[in-house]
Design a protein around this ligand. Structure first.
Ligand SMILES: [Zn+2]
Length: 318
């Protein structure tokens, strides 16, 4: 047997490739910022911007034209308070962005659902004493979900890692007539140092403590499976592993354990590290983008949320 027969030319390698980057399955994260009048590039994330509303819609139209299928929206509000009340304002920045993008494009629109961008303390939930209170936070998550659904979001992506959040959100959506709004749950979200550029992007660094009482420690595999199992039971339509590249084993475990779609979030520092290494001439950008995204699909992800989506779609188009 000569395995090299399957590698003999670029075309043969392509035809027999085991996995590939499925561009239809990429979701581009986008940031809409109520405080801006012009786009602002995020430090350490070249080519990734926070947009004022109108510019975000223009960019979404550009993505639609490039063949991007889906976006995941994050908002930066003008007003922050201790309970993050701007998050469920029906004229909040994300709600307005969803309405406009759905009106002007064919993109599938998901909204990140959390409080950290909206609270003045930067935590993902409501504070009682010095603790993040699980159950009162879920009541607010439910309100946010309803307001995103009303705005026309195809799905919500709860990322706060509160216990029972999927159940609470599903219940609210169903009872207010949004049975069709889907939930893509950040199920196995690890407390990771790889979110640093993102936190700077949305100004969500906690003012005290850290997120380790709700996000998972990076040493846990069984805990990750339990988290995913619960979200499946509570009615998630898709489950997510975040980050992706240091957690490929978790993605594989998810693939082997569950039948529903698995999403993986190729996070901000994964993007920044590759961009930075390429800029410094250490690696070749195109080939590392391909290799790293392929690895996430190979691990078993059906959907990959990646800041490289725009870059990749532009490259394929040119
Ligand atoms: Zn959060």
């Amino acid at each position: 047997m000569r395995l090299r027969r399957l590698r003999k030319s670029p075309r043969i390698r392509e035809v027999f490739a085991d996995t590939e980057i499925r561009t239809n399955k990429l979701i581009m994260p986008m940031f809409v910022d109520e405080n801006l009048s012009k786009p602002e590039e995020i430090r350490n994330m070249p080519d990734i911007y926070r947009f004022p509303l109108r510019k975000l819609v223009d960019k979404a139209k550009e993505y639609d034209g490039l063949g991007v299928k889906s976006i995941l929206l994050f908002g930066v509000p003008k007003h922050k308070d201790s309970t993050g009340s701007a998050s469920y304002d029906k004229d909040g920045i994300v709600q307005r962005a969803v309405r406009e993008v759905k009106k002007e494009t064919d993109l599938a629109v998901f909204t990140d659902l959390c409080l950290c961008e909206y609270t003045d303390h930067g935590h993902c939930g409501v504070i009682k004493g010095r603790k993040i209170d699980n159950d009162s936070t879920i009541e607010i998550y439910a309100k946010i979900a309803k307001s995103y659904a009303e705005a026309g979001a195809d799905g919500v992506a709860p990322s706060g890692m509160m216990d029972g959040q999927v159940k609470g959100i599903r219940k609210e959506l169903d009872s207010s007539g949004f049975e069709e709004t889907l939930i893509m749950a950040y199920s196995a979200k690890f407390s990771s140092s790889m979110y640093a550029p993102f936190r700077e992007a949305v100004f969500s660094t906690p003012s005290f403590g850290d997120r380790r009482t709700y996000q998972m420690g990076y040493s846990g595999i069984r805990e990750a499976i339990r988290e995913m199992e619960l979200d499946v039971e509570e009615g998630a339509d898709a489950i997510m592993v975040k980050p992706a590249l240091f957690y490929l084993d978790i993605i594989r475990e998810a693939r082997n354990s569950f039948l529903l779609p698995i999403a993986a979030y190729n996070v901000s520092a994964e993007y920044s590290m590759i961009r930075s290494a390429a800029k410094n001439g250490i690696i070749d950008l195109d080939s590392v983008v391909d290799e790293s995204l392929n690895a996430i699909f190979r691990a078993g992800a059906d959907i990959v949320i990646s800041y490289f989506t725009e870059y990749l779609m532009k490259r394929r188009k040119s």
